[in-house]
Structure formats: structure tokens, C-alpha cells
Write a protein that binds this ligand. Structure first.
Ligand SMILES: [Zn+2]
Length: 480
């Protein structure tokens, strides 16, 4: 199968360059101006090995910028357990419309992705995704002290809350985990096993506020995890961050042969980025400590959040202008490595629950992340190369994804073609996410994904004249 993209603009060292891109069997075969198909074809005809390589499609990309497909390391597809909010198919449709060609799903489902059986179930469900996909495994408590005195009362409350849902799971986990009474235990054995799967790149740990048995409050468990996992991905609030960074720093000093990495999700405050910056200066952890920022923390502050009300309720919270500015500075100075959406859809009904204590945290983001970033390029806050680096190249490098994250011969043909000068308004009804709302609705943004290709297959196209979005029935691949 061959596909030729004609006259696309690519950016090399921030300089625009017009070129053609030839795709063969899902891989970028050639990037050069004026690729002559006829001359190429006669050569191909002589070569028996390329028999059947018939040209099936040409895309005229005049006026469009080609970028490697975005790679989102932090997405909640909500399946299994909450498919009224989203599922792998609708999340992947939202992804291609947003120029994302690979995403990694988070484990806080019901049941959580914290056993190998749950992982297998999820691998099966994810097959309907039109984008490439992988998973982050969840660390959970498998048993907890019942009557020990050294537990704080809030832990007891937490225990009571999660007890109901834990009964079933505990019996499944009992096979692989020792459950000792009077002591908190975790699914460390299964977390270790999960690392043998090529599609699992990290173990996600929720330190701090979240629900049920995914909430981990004992930092000691991290030391065990560091020994057995490729990467620990942390949801952490800034009060515990320094302690964890110190722990990781000491671990790296002691275990010089270990290659374990630590990845801090969604930094939201000046304090967080300053701490991370400080620790990144330590030679022994500089290439093992990473952090991500979300578009909502970059493009919103607490004044915007006040206007948006419950829709802007996310964890960690959207903070002040001062914090927002610090995040932008951290992007510029390289403290922040990755942009990821933390796409966390809830229905509007759920977000508008009259009982404020029941409003769930999180917002959708897959369709608007790249347009927001392209709009920032339009406003001079970022360059196209910054977007490529932060939302494609770095995520691929950090997660060890081979042949992804760059427009390069021999790399997978995961490509998005965007029209930078086209302005488009975000309208709830037109969104492909199942929850059909967005915190940036009614905003007009410069920069629209027009074609998205996954493994060389056209997955999505947008017609600016009719405002029509076309989705193609293709299948993404599980990450290797
Ligand atoms: Zn998340």
C-alpha cells in the first residue's frame, strides 16, 4: 500500500520547508520535494519485492503543515466501568480529530487495571481504538489493617469507603499477593508482572486524594516499585512532592545500575516546577526524572476557572496566574518534558450535580489540545517544533516507543496535517467525545487538524467548506 502526501510544509529547526512524503506499508519511505511517482513506479515494477505496491491515494497538502502524530501519555478512556462517559472507540475518534495517533490509558477504572486479568480484559476492549494504544498499570492496596492502633482515623474512613468494592478484588488478588492482617499490602507482584507486557510502559500511583483502593498514602511502597518497574508515574500534590523526589534521588544514588524512571503527572504549581527543576539538576537523576503539564493548566487560571464553575474542577486544581506563568517558564527552560491531556470525560449532568460534593474531577481534552497549542503558535507563545517535541518526540523517547515521534524515513507513518491559518470555533455538538462538552467551547482557535494518518492509514479528515468530519473505519495497533 502506498500513499503520497504532496507539498506539505515541514519544520526543520523552525524553518518551513516544502516537501512530499511517500508512505509505503504504513512506514515513511521517503521525505523529499517533488517525488516523481511515475519514475518511481517504473523502478518499482522492475523490482519484484515491491510488487503490489500500487498507489492508492494522493493527498494534496498544499498549505498544510505535517507533524508527527501526537502521543498522549495520559488518557482516561473510561472503559470498562463508565462507558456512559467514553469508551475506547469514542476516545480514539476524539483523538484522531485532535491529531493524536497514539494514547496511553490510565488504570482507575471499575474494576481498576491492577490485576493481569483486568489488563487482559482491557487489551481486548481497546482493540476497537482507531489510534495506537498502550496502558499504564495501577498500584492498589490489596489489604489494610483492621484494628491496628497506628493507623490514623482518616485511613480508617478511607478503608470503610473502599471496603465494599474491595471484597471481590481481594479474592482475585489473593493468588498472587500475600495478604497479611494488620499490615497494608499492595499488588506489587502483579505490578512487577505487568512490566513484562510490551503494551504497559508505567505503573501509575495515586498519592493523595483520589477514590477507593487506588489511593496510596505510604511513600515506602515507592521504594519497592522503583526496584521492579520501568517507570513510576505519579499523581501527586505539591505537599508530598519534595519527600518523593528526595526518596527517588536517594534510590538512584544507591542503585546505580537501575534504570527506573519517575514521571510526575500534571504539574500545576510554581512550587512543583521549581522543586522538579532543582532535582533535575542532580546529575544522577537528570535523565530519569520527567514531568508533564496539561493544556488546561497551561491555558486556564483560577479566574477562568471561576467563570467555568464546576466544569473547571480538576485534580490537581487550576491555580493562580502566577502559577500559570511559572508553568510556561518551565516549558521554555525545559523543566517540563511532556504535554498530555489527562483527558478525563464526565457527562455534563455529572459535572452539574446540584450536590457540589458529588461533582467529579476532570475534563475532556483530546480534541482541543493540539488546536490550543497551534493557537499558541499563532500568538507567538510556542513554535511548531516545541509542539512536536513536547507532544510527540519526548513522549515517544520517554516511553521508549520505537519509530514514533518524528517525521523521518523508516518511522511509522503516524502523521497529522494541520492548517495553521484556519480559524475554527469549538462547538460542543460537533465534538466526538461522548461527553460532548469542553472547557474551551465557543473559543475560536487558529490551527485545525485536517488529515490524521495512523500507521499510514487515513483515519480522519476534515472538510473546512462543509465543516464535515469524516472518520474511517481503521484499527489502531497495540504498542510494542
Ligand atoms: Zn488522570
Amino acid at each position: 500500500m502506498r500513499l503520497l502526501i504532496k507539498n506539505a510544509t515541514i519544520f526543520e529547526k523552525n524553518k518551513p520547508l516544502q516537501t512530499d512524503i511517500l508512505i509505503e506499508d504504513g512506514v515513511i519511505a521517503k521525505i523529499e520535494p517533488n517525488i516523481n511517482l511515475k519514475a518511481d513506479k517504473s523502478k518499482a515494477d522492475k523490482n519484484k519485492n515491491t510488487k503490489g505496491n500500487n498507489i492508492i491515494k494522493t493527498i494534496d497538502a498544499t498549505g498544510l503543515t505535517a507533524l508527527p502524530g501526537m502521543i498522549d501519555l495520559h488518557v482516561h478512556c473510561r472503559e470498562p466501568g463508565a462507558t456512559h462517559k467514553e469508551d475506547f472507540l469514542t476516545a480514539s475518534h476524539a483523538a484522531v480529530a485532535g491529531g493524536i495517533t497514539t494514547f496511553f490509558d490510565m488504570p482507575n477504572n471499575s474494576p481498576p487495571t491492577s490485576t493481569l486479568a483486568a489488563l487482559e480484559e482491557k487489551r481486548n476492549l481497546a482493540k476497537k481504538s482507531v489510534v495506537n494504544y498502550g496502558f499504564n498499570f495501577g498500584l492498589v492496596k490489596t489489604s489494610e489493617a483492621i484494628a491496628t492502633n497506628d493507623l490514623k482515623s482518616d485511613k480508617k474512613i478511607q478503608h470503610k469507603k473502599s471496603k465494599k468494592s474491595k471484597g471481590k478484588k481481594a479474592s482475585a488478588d489473593a493468588k498472587t499477593d500475600k495478604i497479611s492482617k494488620g499490615k497494608i499490602t499492595y499488588n506489587l507482584e502483579e505490578a512487577k508482572e505487568s512490566q513484562k507486557y510490551k503494551c504497559v510502559k508505567a505503573v501509575k500511583v495515586y498519592l493523595g486524594q483520589t477514590t477507593g483502593n487506588l489511593m496510596i498514602d505510604d511513600l515506602k511502597v515507592l521504594e519497592h516499585l522503583f526496584l521492579t518497574t520501568k517507570m513510576v508515574m505519579l499523581h501527586i500534590e505539591d505537599d508530598k512532592l519534595e519527600e518523593v523526589l528526595e526518596l527517588f534521588s536517594n534510590y538512584c544514588k544507591k542503585n546505580t545500575s537501575s534504570k527506573t524512571m519517575l514521571y510526575i503527572c500534571h504539574v500545576n504549581s510554581k512550587k512543583m516546577v521549581e522543586l522538579i527543576k532543582k532535582y533535575k539538576k542532580q546529575k544522577h537523576i537528570e535523565d530519569r526524572l520527567f514531568c508533564e503539564v496539561t493544556p488546561h493548566h497551561l491555558f486556564l487560571n483560577n479566574e477562568d476557572a471561576k467563570m467555568l464553575g464546576r466544569l473547571a474542577y480538576v485534580k490537581p486544581l487550576i491555580l493562580t496566574k502566577d502559577d500559570q506563568k511559572a508553568l510556561w517558564r518551565a516549558l521554555e527552560d525545559g523543566t517540563i518534558d511532556v504535554i498530555a491531556t489527562d483527558h478525563a470525560p464526565h457527562t455534563l449532568e455529572e459535572k452539574n450535580n446540584p450536590d457540589i460534593t458529588k461533582v467529579p474531577a476532570g475534563m475532556p481534552g483530546l480534541e482541543t489540545a493540539l488546536p490550543l497549542l497551534l493557537n499558541a503558535v499563532h500568538e507567538g507563545q510556542l513554535t511548531v517544533n516545541d509542539i512536536t517535541k513536547l507532544y510527540s518526540t519526548n513522549p515517544a523517547k520517554i516511553f521508549g516507543l520505537k519509530k514514533k515521534g518524528r517525521l523521518k524515513e523508516g518511522f511509522d507513518a503516524d502523521i497529522v496535517l494541520v492548517q495553521q491559518k484556519l480559524k475554527k470555533r469549538i462547538i460542543n455538538d460537533n465534538l466526538l467525545t461522548k461527553c460532548k462538552w469542553n472547557a474551551f467551547s465557543n473559543k475560536e482557535l487558529f490551527g485545525v487538524p485536517v488529515y490524521t494518518l495512523v500507521n499510514g492509514n487515513l483515519a480522519y479528515e476534515y472538510d473546512k467548506f462543509t465543516d464535515k468530519k469524516t472518520l474511517h473505519d481503521i484499527q489502531g495497533r497495540e504498542i510494542e
